[in-house]
Design a protein around this ligand. Structure first.
Ligand code: SF4
Length: 326
């Protein structure tokens, strides 16, 4: 859903560039997209959901919302999808809309909260304040739907401390899921003007990774699922439209790598030795060794040989080390 139905212009947003679409998707396009996704992965033993993302779904007329939701009902009825999720703005939700969405099989609603600081929300031209996020979150929970609250880092007037306060608020508001998006400067946005006139400075990539890693750890410790970090380049961002900012095509990998760097450094220094084996859960081995092996290289400053090995008994970022004396 490109910027259809959205009367706002957040300083950072040019949905046309982000979604690479200039028009509302037709029914035919929606069905083709769904079918192409079904053809691209195995569905056995997987929970499959259908999502309407981008723009502002609940800002569409009720007739349009129902029409889109009606279109995908056959997938629900056949059990091909387990539910529908959608993203929208906090100030476009009310109890009547929520009941309608539920009746069509919507199970998850993600609000683009971005920040819970009124200063940041005002500077970002969001067109709503923190109160709207609080009220919408309460209504979504009261309707028995799963609440997701998305946030951004590096917005105008934001900093690491304010972003952490936002994360704390999202947990307190009852979010079960989040997405963390670093703010980027996209062509033809107000933020581009602010950036070009020196009134806005982007986060560096390192700063964005550091902040996101801290937020991830915080959310993880509160049982909040982080569904995404950064933008997916092919699906979401026409990189020609990117002016500046901490964009990286494998942003999430950089964050996972940073989490492991912190984890490993936390337990160092280890006894001096010639070589070391680091045992980690099989699904963490690449993250542990680091993006482009950066964590391995870090350890190689202290140990001549460093091996990362799988150990199925380990979970999360727990690890064991075996030090081989020379
Ligand atoms: S509310 Fe969403 S779609 Fe509308 S301008 Fe802001 S970010 Fe873009």
């Amino acid at each position: 859903m490109p910027e259809m139905a959205c009367p706002h212009r957040c300083v950072f947003c040019n949905q046309a560039s982000i979604s690479s679409q200039l028009h509302a998707p037709t029914n035919k396009e929606i069905i083709e997209k769904i079918e192409s996704h079904f053809n691209s992965f195995k569905t056995e033993n997987r929970l499959v959901q259908l999502a309407f993302f981008g723009g502002n779904f609940t800002g569409l007329t009720i007739k349009q919302q129902k029409s889109y939701l009606q279109l995908v009902q056959p997938y629900l009825k056949k059990g091909m999808i387990s539910g529908i999720r959608l993203s929208t703005r906090p100030d476009y939700i009310d109890a009547t809309i929520l009941q309608m969405l539920k009746s069509f099989g919507v199970t998850h609603i993600e609000l683009g909260a971005q920040s819970t600081s009124d200063t940041v929300l005002l500077a970002s031209g969001r067109g709503h304040l923190r109160d709207a996020i609080v009220t919408a979150s309460q209504q979504i929970l009261a309707a028995g739907l799963v609440l997701g609250l998305q946030m951004m880092i590096g917005l105008p007037k934001d900093d690491a401390e304010t972003a952490m306060q936002t994360a704390y608020d999202l947990v307190t508001l009852g979010a079960k899921e989040t997405r963390i998006y670093p703010c980027l400067v996209i062509k033809d946005t107000d933020l581009e003007q602010l950036y070009r006139t020196g009134k806005y400075t982007t986060l560096t990539l390192d700063e964005a990774v550091e902040q996101t890693a801290s937020l991830y750890t915080f959310f993880e410790s509160h049982g909040i699922k982080v569904l995404r970090m950064g933008l997916h380049p092919s699906e979401d961002l026409n990189t020609d439209a990117l002016v500046a900012g901490p964009f990286h095509s494998q942003f999430a990998e950089l964050v996972y790598s940073k989490l492991w760097e912190r984890q490993l450094l936390n337990f160092m220094p280890w006894p001096k030795s010639e070589s070391i084996e680091v045992f980690v859960s099989p699904n963490q081995i690449n993250h542990a060794a680091g993006f482009k092996s950066q964590n391995r290289k870090l350890l190689e400053k202290s140990y001549r040989k460093v091996h990362f090995k799988s150990d199925e008994s380990l979970i999360g970022r727990s690890f064991k080390i075996k030090i081989h004396q020379a």
